[in-house]
Design a protein around this ligand. Structure first.
Ligand SMILES: *[C@@H]1O[C@H](CO)[C@@H](O)[C@H](O)[C@H]1NC(C)=O
Ligand SMILES: *[C@@H]1O[C@H](CO)[C@@H](O)[C@H](O)[C@H]1NC(C)=O
Ligand SMILES: *[C@@H]1O[C@H](CO)[C@@H](O)[C@H](O)[C@H]1NC(C)=O
Length: 401
């Protein structure tokens, strides 16, 4: 072969490999279990695959789940529960926790991140807030001691209510009274290379003021959007505006280059009479559009080239959650493993069923919902892509490129 045609051949091969390995964008999902009717974790593996999720977030470190997902390639965020926070200041307790809840499952189950507590700072409980950073440090030091700190990072998930100002995005700022807690935590992220996690629900903004908050803007539907007057950046959905408000808040206290992840976002498919917007149709739009957006792998207007990880809340409707009806209806799936609503646009029968449900989920679906066989095909393309790389690398050596 002539050099030029060899080059062309190589470029084609590279392009094919890139296309195949690109595949589906990475989708994360929260696997909450405040319920007494959920399928066993081995059945949940199929459901996670059916929505194309490659990352799962737990609120604890349920051994049954971590075992069931062994060798699935799914990446995990596990959590130190709020009630266990105080104990993690003690190095011996932190080491035991890391040994039993992380080390025990590696490398089979890919535990990548530990969240120490959930929304601690917005409980306004001084004792808990005081414990947060020492607990995060305790867990991090336990990872260092086990030689795992390079593969497992330590963080905590905050509520968006840690912000005093979130609009316009460029004016984003933390609550002043929380800064004495937040700034040292940001320093911890910066030193250890972990991400800043935030739970963000445009639904709450809509529910609080349905007359004035444009529904299409919160549901990622086509709309005119808003322009931030001081940056001239245009926002066509509220979630991205909220994320950029967090980036602005981080920048305003000197941490411009910390990475933000959305540890929870979602929309309830059902609510009480006074919970505006909690409908199946809106939940379908919010989560369906969000999953499509995640597959485009685009960042926010302020951070267009940064990776954005988002964990949808939640995998299941959880019947034992307290509070208004909406709280028990955030799930993508019913406890029997049937979709809580059809996420999609084309009809298909999915073989993904979790529990004792005998009716196959009917109706339309979105590209977020893959059948098991489609999920298997994705694995197959990935194998082809890896194989191609084995052809390409020797080819590159042969061509001296
Ligand atoms: C915590 O304090 C803030 C600011 O003072 C207040 O707005 C918020 O409602 C409080 N939250 C709770 C759960 O008490
Ligand atoms: C953040 O900025 C500092 C200083 O400019 C740099 O050393 C560090 O590598 C940056 N971190 C990231 C995650 O970009
Ligand atoms: C698609 O699903 C809807 C709702 O379940 C149904 O009414 C319609 O007949 C289906 N269409 C096809 C082509 O199967």
């Amino acid at each position: 072969m002539e050099l030029r045609s060899r080059r062309r051949c190589l470029i084609t091969l590279l392009a094919v490999a890139a296309l195949l390995s690109g595949g589906v964008g990475s989708i994360g999902v929260n696997y909450g279990q405040v319920a007494n009717n959920l399928p066993t974790p081995d059945k949940v593996v199929q459901l996670v695959r059916a929505i194309g999720a490659t990352r799962v977030k737990l609120y604890d470190a349920d051994p049954r789940v971590l075992r069931a997902f062994s060798n699935t390639g799914v990446e995990f965020i596990v959590g130190v529960r709020n009630e266990d926070l105080g104990r993690m200041k003690d190095p011996a307790n932190a080491r035991t926790w890391v040994r039993d809840n992380v080390q025990a499952y590696l490398p089979g189950t890919r535990v990548c991140t530990i969240t120490v507590g959930n929304e601690i700072l917005t409980f306004n409980n001084t004792a808990m807030s005081d414990d947060l950073l020492p607990a995060m440090q305790g867990v991090h030091e336990a990872l260092v001691a086990s030689g795992l700190d390079k593969q497992v990072s330590v963080t905590t998930a905050h509520s968006l209510a840690t912000l005093q100002v979130s609009y316009p995005p460029s004016a984003g700022a933390f609550r002043k009274d929380l800064l004495p807690y937040i700034t040292p935590i940001l320093d911890f992220h910066s030193r250890t290379g972990s991400c800043f996690l935030i739970n963000a629900y445009p639904y709450f903004a809509y529910k609080a003021d349905p007359k004035h908050v444009p529904i299409d803007f919160v549901l990622f539907q086509p709309n005119r959007g808003i322009t931030d007057p001081s940056t001239n950046l245009r926002y066509d959905n509220m979630l991205f505006a909220q994320i950029d408000a967090v980036y602005a808040a981080l920048g305003s206290v000197g941490y411009r280059n910390l990475s933000v992840q959305i540890s929870e976002t979602g929309w309830p498919s059902k609510g009480d009479a006074d919970e505006a917007g909690a409908t199946t149709e809106n939940a379908r739009k919010y989560n369906g559009n969000l999953i499509k957006l995640m597959k485009q792998k685009k960042g926010t207007p302020m951070r267009p080239d940064w990776d954005l990880s988002i964990y949808v809340f939640a995998l299941f409707n959880e019947n034992m959650k307290l509070g208004p009806t909406s709280e028990r209806n955030y799930g993508l799936f019913n406890p029997d493993g049937t979709p809580a609503y059809a996420l999609g646009i084309t009809n298909s029968t999915t073989t993904a069923r979790g529990g004792g449900g005998s009716t196959p989920p009917a109706g339309p679906r979105i590209d977020g919902y893959m059948t098991i066989s489609e999920a298997a095909n994705k694995d197959a393309t990935r194998i082809v892509a890896v194989t191609l790389l084995w052809i390409i690398i020797p080819l590159m050596i042969w061509m001296h490129v």
